[in-house]
Design a protein around this ligand. Sequence first.
Ligand code: SD4
Length: 289
Amino acid sequence: FKPSPIAICTWNFSGATARAGELLSQGKSALDAVIAGVAVEEENEENSTVGIGATPDREGNVTLDACVMNPAGDCGAVLAVENIVNVAALARKVMEDTPHVILAGRGAEEYAYKAGFKKQPLLTEQRKLEWEEWLKTSNYKPAINVENHDTIGMLAIDGDGDIAGACTTSGLGYKMKGRVGDSPIIGSGLFLDNEVGGAVATGMGEEVLKTVGSFLIVELMRSGMSPQEACEEAVYRITRKNNRYKDFQVAYIAMNKSGDTGSFCIHKGFNMMKWQENKNDVIESKAFI
Ligand code: SD4
């Protein structure tokens, strides 16, 4: 069974799935669709967790993380990159045009300029003011749910039935300088296997990293679980081990090869978008608490 093209993403980023859906309708590949889809949020200054307009680290630097995977199982990622807006597209470049999977920091930024990406300061006046305000107390407490202002992870199935994915973020606001979360780490923030399906994560990256969440979900689907069951088990893997789960959010979305989708989170309030056959729906996620 081959479903008609689908794009899903974390949170109610309807413009992102609409953009991806438009490309899928034109017969473009799942990889083209997810890169263009997440770019909508990378370029949205209102979104304080992705691309331009993102919240800086505690020293005032906006550093971005992103990764991509294609149906062949190739991966590309960039970690802690400054001054580049479209870091998912940069991760794709790393995947397609370099002998490596990951480029970090200055190396990734210098490579971006060689590859034709434009240098663009990412700290907006608004986020600078918020950061200056934050410095007065320097109280580091990542929020549980900040709806519509969060990491975007996207999965798509194209007209050939092939799956690709992308994940892009600035990580946690006021993180330590040099901190990298789950989002650009293949297997944690994103994983897919074109024979099985894919998963992406959002929320407290440290917890996703410790349980290799997205890889876990794909492997659970491989052994027969539905995307919904697999997302739930990956969340329980965290809540069983860590009794501080009341203080942080983790959320997963997943899709299998037949186009079935699922999502689950620790705290109520998470949702996902699903685009299929010109319908672009917000789906409220089930939650552990
Ligand atoms: C991280 N998972 O860097 C990301 C953050 C996130 O909404 O999803 N924020 O830990």
